[in-house]
Design a protein around this ligand. Structure first.
Ligand SMILES: Nc1ncnc2c1ncn2[C@@H]1O[C@H](COP(=O)(O)OP(=O)(O)OP(=O)(O)O)[C@@H](O)[C@H]1O
Ligand SMILES: [Mg+2]
Length: 176
């Protein structure tokens, strides 16, 4: 499996979509003052109770119980910890879930960013009913894409209309 930040984002956001989220925010921040690379994903989906939130972080949970539990969360946690970074998952039933990861950007095992542009595009146009707030920050720029705002500007035109997709694609190429 290719380890890229963008595929982790895809995995974690897929969980938020499965959890029925209507609003999902994704923050990617390279802190140039310090050694940290932050990934912060927040949703307003069904959430988890504290016991579940703990269990889903454990890669050996599924083998112990025989229940099928996925690997998206343990993989991201493992990658963060391998770089000497941190992982935190907070969740509240009925309210939503937040996953915040700090990678140590100076570590040789920090995965490459991968194709962030296509990840954002696919999520935004593939889930027209969901509002995404994507933020990318580093020392040279801050990029924000708020799909609720885009949809508002579009009037009734769907965000997955072919012309909107190609506009968004160019917009991401130029600004991200
Ligand atoms: N944002 C979320 N909101 C609510 N529940 C979540 C959320 N993210 C994860 N979960 C719960 O944690 C479980 C484990 O997530 P994880 O991504 O590790 O594996 P998975 O999604 O089950 O399988 P996969 O390996 O395909 O990702 C999910 O099945 C779900 O029950
Ligand atoms: Mg998953």
């Amino acid at each position: 499996m290719m380890d890229e930040i963008a595929s982790h984002i895809m995995d974690i956001v897929a969980n938020s979509l499965t959890a029925g989220a209507h609003n999902i925010s994704v923050l990617i921040e390279k802190d140039n003052e310090g050694p940290l690379f932050i990934l912060d994903i927040k949703d307003d989906g069904v959430g988890m109770d504290s016991e579940t939130a703990k269990k889903v972080q454990d890669p050996f949970f599924s083998t112990k119980t025989g229940r099928k539990v996925g690997l998206g969360i343990p993989l991201l946690k493992g990658t963060a910890e391998t770089t000497g970074g941190t992982f935190s998952l907070t969740s509240e039933p009925g309210r939503g879930t937040r996953i915040r990861v700090a990678f140590n950007a100076g570590h040789p095992d920090l995965p490459p960013l991968g194709n962030l542009k296509d990840t954002i595009l696919v999520l935004a146009v593939g889930n027209p009913e969901v509002n995404f707030l994507f933020t990318y920050k580093d020392s040279s720029r801050e990029f924000v894409l708020d799909t609720a705002e885009v949809k508002e500007l579009l009037g009734g035109v769907p965000i997955n209309h072919p012309e909107v997709i190609s506009f968004l694609s160019k917009y991401l190429d130029e600004h991200l």
